[in-house]
Design a protein around this ligand. Sequence first.
Ligand code: TXA
Ligand code: MG
Length: 331
Amino acid sequence: MVFQITEENITQAAQIIINGGLVAFPTETVYGLGADAFNQDAVARIFEVKQRPRFDPLIVHIAAYDALPRLANCARLPAQRQTQLGLLARNFWPGPLTLILPKQSAVPDIVTAGNDTVAVRLPAHDAACALIERSTGALAAPSANPFGYLSPTCAEHVEAQLGAKIDAILDGGTAQIGVESTVLDLCGAVPRILRPGGVSAGDITCVLGAPPELPQESPTAIPADACVSPGQLSSHYAPQTPLLLIERHDKPPRTAGVAYLYISKAEHPALCGDEYVFLSAEGSLTEAAANLFAALHRLDGGAWTQIIAEKAENNGIGRAINDRLIRAARR
Ligand code: TXA
Ligand code: MG
């Protein structure tokens, strides 16, 4: 069920995908639950296993830029947007950036939830790319968690949440980045971030020479089927334990049974005890992002009555941390 990363095991996992099965695999962001993007029955099983609503489209993962034309019809983009696509792919692929592009008609509607756009990503992870290449070259893969719950950053998270329902898990250790890819829509009037993630708005601005449009920081309760990108559902990435989010440096109430999640130990040197969890020793946002979901999984498995979490600085990958915390608080 859980396979270590070896050449043989990757080949065996690829065969499972070719045969229409589901394989959870590591990426640099979080673990994905992959199926052949062109096998509608296999993709339908992803939705069933995750209990994911069919209106929420999937990201298709490729292992090389030259696989893109099979999925996206970039000729439908205006010339300026095609240039921007080239710049973004050269600078951020492989890496944690998902691009929304006009879809090829051959991409099954179940993958794109009937949209005429497709989300494509080229992960920066050798085992993921080997799996993609040795199977069908295009894997539809959402994060490998039940819909709305915390994303998995190690094989144990996947096994605990979905192990009995899927065909194999490739264990690549802990995901390096720890939050999902940035989703950037290139099909609108201007490039627009739909989900903050591993590539920051600042990085994208440097490459494009102009800032992308940003998502609202604090999403209001948009009806699910009216979302442009359903990952924007206001409640998502949520633990079972109620989570209260506080602003930076706000003093939370000290109550028995409550656990406290802070970004930086260095900012709270006096706090110690099991109830205090720090995502980074010195306040590195990169380190905090990498530890975020694992900390929430651990706290959620404890007997805490509530988790009180402090927001990160709202820049760089801190935006992605805050986005996940805000949604976790809106269960
Ligand atoms: O880092 C990641 O992106 C991970 C790893 C496994 O690659 N995948 C991931 O997939 O986070 P998922 O399904 O959990 O999130 C995909 C997001 C959702 O918010 C979905 O609504 C959005 O991408 N999306 C997919 N296709 C889209 C489309 N055609 N238009 C707009 N949003 C789309
Ligand atoms: Mg997800």
